[in-house]
Design a protein around this ligand. Structure first.
Ligand SMILES: [Zn+2]
Length: 285
């Protein structure tokens, strides 16, 4: 399942192919992904210019000149590929080679300038929606989202406010999308390790300096992962134009029994709210 940094990497890869370009031709090859495509989807986006490619939490948001937002969630296996195509001088059109998995290429955009953007999703947990741009805050998934982890609103002071009086473990509190948007299990584990905080501690019991440290750690792990993803964009573009998935080296996530990178003692695993937490009981107090 792609986490926020992967989605941001996809956004950065899509931006040069889509921003400022018109969707000259759109095609959907089945009526639905996780949900049906919006009504009259192809007609509503054909001819639209993509004025900006943004991201909110784990959603891609293409702002269209028609006043709609094109919202895409990658689900579990959704990925985009970009193909530059070759101009056929005889027919005056761009010709694109078939992708490596044409069976699961469900949505295709031919952008002005000749770039083809293809959405491939083998398991079809991804979905696409159109929503009025001016009312984006009312989109159900966005309505009660907390701040982005790499925004100025997300800080120790903000955590102090939202954690006040909370008896839930800090790990579970961090996964609450009202607290911070788009933080998944992996980055919650990594951030707590970096901040040296026991994941079982009650969120409301943490004091100011530790919350500052935690907010800082969240921002850092996300920014580093985005940076790592960013460095893969050019590789992807050279290889097969695929965007979205890359391997990080994590300190604790999925490392049960491995030596802790700080102290060498084995990383432990526990289950909180049905999710695995990986942590070092020596460094996280
Ligand atoms: Zn350790």
């Amino acid at each position: 399942m792609p986490e926020l940094p992967e989605v941001e990497t996809v956004r950065r890869g899509l931006a040069p192919a889509m921003e400022g370009k018109r969707i000259e031709r759109a095609e959907i090859r089945r009526p639905d992904l996780r949900f049906p495509f919006p009504e009259n989807f192809v007609q509503r986006i054909t001819g639209a210019r993509v004025t900006a490619m943004r991201r909110r939490a784990k959603y891609l948001v293409g702002e269209l000149s028609t006043g709609d937002a094109l919202i895409v969630h990658l689900g579990m296996t959704g990925r985009f590929t970009i193909s530059h195509g070759k101009k056929d001088r005889k027919i005056g059109e761009f010709v694109h080679e078939a992708g490596d998995d044409p069976k699961h290429d469900h949505m295709v955009f031919d952008m002005s300038g000749g770039v083809r953007v293809t959405f491939n999703d083998a398991r079809r947990f991804g979905f696409v929606e159109l929503w009025p741009l001016a009312e984006l805050d009312t989109y159900p998934a966005f309505a009660e989202l907390g701040p982005e982890p790499i925004s100025n609103q997300f800080s120790g002071a903000f955590l102090k406010e939202v954690f006040a009086g909370k008896k839930t473990p800090v790990k579970s509190a961090l996964l609450d999308q009202h607290v911070v948007a788009g933080i998944g299990n992996i980055y919650a584990c990594e951030a707590l390790f970096r901040a040296g905080i026991d994941p079982r501690k009650h969120a409301g019991a943490l004091r100011g300096p530790r919350l500052e440290k935690l907010a800082h750690a969240v921002r850092e792990v996300i920014e580093e992962a985005i940076e790592a993803g960013g460095s893969t964009i050019s590789d992807f573009a050279h290889a097969n134009g695929e965007l979205g998935y890359f391997q990080h080296r994590f300190c604790v996530y999925d490392k049960e029994g491995d030596p802790c990178p700080k102290c060498g003692k084995p990383i432990k695993r526990l289950v909180q709210s049905g999710r695995s937490t990986f942590w070092c009981s020596h460094d996280q107090t």
